[in-house]
Design a protein around this ligand. Structure first.
Ligand code: UGA
Length: 461
């Protein structure tokens, strides 16, 4: 099937590459000529495991093309809208300028029977207004909302093997609605054959499916971090506490990772946009708890700055190595990165901060040029008074305390992601601290049992 994908960022580039892999004839359209040139040559514009291989294979096969020219939209039958919806500068609301521009580019090129499929995360009601715009312009093209649940760092696998497909259709139950479903089923035929569950619903429910899921995940993380605050006051251990909860299958182990909190281009802005939209709908109170979720998340930073300050015996002049700048491992994305924000805050307090990250250094330097950066962990660690683990990349998780001891100035570590076995660090002569754990007791180390394997020891999912 001929398919267009509008917007070739974290979502669109992966979606286009996967659709080509599934056998479709795909053109990716983006306004950024540099991005298009890189993608068209079969390379990635960001770090995402497995994506480079798919892009190379797709472009070589001729099934995957990229262009800045909206004229290329004509001829495709299904058009996926994958543009960004960042937070507006003046409020928590989502900025829909790119969605509006995508619809404007599509309008003159849509044929009768074409399907416009929204994948961008949007405020509820957006799909209906897109549909209204098409009708007002005399187009009979159809609109479906098909939210995307992929995680950065796992985007290819999540797109090829999603845990559900959600279709929001305009006239559920009508012949037109059934035709929309049948067309989208053709697009995803391979996935459906493999048994991926599919939920067909109305447009608003499909739009809400995405923000509700992200809000729930953010709430779960902030719940764990709220318990961490209580544990710090009460002398408890929030990691052990989360583990006791995780064994309950009604609660589950994932997204209870205690630490620096959530960041990235999705969870923080999505909960704010959802709260702002709910206000507009007159049901702000229904999701008022999301403001608290946001605040708990912000306080993780405050507590981390305090903990590092205590470990350093005062931040002014302390040489601090910050391991990690990306908002989570397996990604080079530093948008709303808790790790980079922490590094900036520690530096603002007068510490001499050196940041390292296996993939995100270039992006970090653009966002926080005032910090010092090291090309690898050894360079960052050499001469450090305090070592702060801020993004739980595998190479940092598996650092050998003895090797670290050989290069640091003072033996002191702070684990803000609760992935290190602090006992091991203590055994190597380190003063070791972690968020949410007043004291580190025997048996409280990371990755010890089934609950941690189920997700607790791996906050990045
Ligand atoms: C999130 C959702 O998980 C995806 O389902 C959704 O499609 C995506 O947003 C989106 O809206 O596009 P992503 O932003 O890639 O995906 O990242 P996550 O893996 O969910 O992690 C988000 C943040 O939460 C990271 O900073 C991570 O370190 C943090 N986190 C995660 C914790 O602090 N604790 C945990 O237990 C889990």
């Amino acid at each position: 099937m001929r398919i267009s994908v509008i917007g070739c960022g974290y979502l669109g580039a992966v979606h286009a590459a996967v659709l080509a892999h599934l056998g479709h004839d795909v053109v990716g359209i983006d306004v950024d000529p540099e991005k298009v040139a890189v993608l068209a040559s079969g390379h990635t514009t960001f770090f995402e495991p497995g994506l480079a291989e798919l892009l190379a294979a797709g472009t070589q096969s001729g099934r995957l093309r990229f262009s800045t020219d909206p004229a290329e939209l004509a001829g495709a039958v299904v058009h996926f809208v994958c543009v960004g919806t960042p937070q507006r500068a003046d409020s928590g609301l989502a900025d829909l300028a790119a969605v509006d521009a995508a619809v404007a580019a599509l309008l003159p090129r849509l044929a009768s029977g074409d399907l416009v499929v929204g994948k961008s995360t949007v405020p509820v009601g957006t799909a209906a207004s897109v549909l209204g715009r098409l009708r007002a312009a005399g187009s009979t093209a159809r609109v479906v909302w098909n939210p995307e649940f992929l995680r950065e760092g796992h985007a290819v696998g999540d797109t090829l093997r999603p845990d559900r497909l959600v279709y929001g259709v305009a006239d559920e139950g009508s012949d037109d609605g059934a035709a929309d479903v049948a067309l989208l089923d053709e697009v995803y035929a391979d996935l459906l054959r493999r048994g991926v569950p599919r939920v067909v619903t109305d447009l608003p429910t499909a739009e809400l499916a995405k923000v509700a899921a992200n809000s729930f995940l953010a709430t779960k993380i902030s719940f764990a971090n709220a318990m961490a605050e209580v544990c710090e006051a009460a002398g408890g251990d929030a990691v052990a506490l989360a583990r006791t909860m995780a064994y309950d299958p009604r609660i589950g182990a994932q997204y209870l990772g205690v630490g620096l909190g959530f960041g990235g281009g999705c969870l923080p802005k999505d909960i704010r946009a959802f709260a702002a939209t709910a206000d507009e709908l007159g049901v702000g109170r229904s999701v008022a708890f999301l403001h608290e979720v946001d605040e708990i998340n912000d306080r993780c930073q405050d507590r981390a700055v305090e903990l590092v300050g205590r470990a350093a015996g005062g931040l002014r002049g302390a040489r601090v190595a910050v391991l990690g700048a990306a908002f989570k491992p397996e990604s080079d994305d530093v948008r709303s990165s808790p790790a980079l924000d922490l590094a900036v805050r520690i530096a603002d307090e007068g510490a001499d901060v050196v940041v390292t990250d296996p993939q995100a250094l270039l992006r970090a330097q653009l966002v926080a040029p005032q910090l010092r950066y090291a090309v690898d962990a050894v360079e960052a660690l050499t001469g450090a008074d305090v070592v702060v683990l801020a993004t739980e990349w595998q190479e940092y998780r598996s650092l050998d305390p003895a090797a670290v001891a050989a290069v640091v100035r003072r033996r002191c570590v702070v684990d803000t992601r609760n992935v290190w076995d602090l006992q091991q660090w203590q055994a190597a002569g380190f003063q070791a601290a972690a968020l949410g754990r007043s004291a580190v007791r025997p048996g409280a180390g990371a990755a010890r049992d089934a609950a941690s394997e189920g997700g607790l020891a791996a906050p990045g999912g």
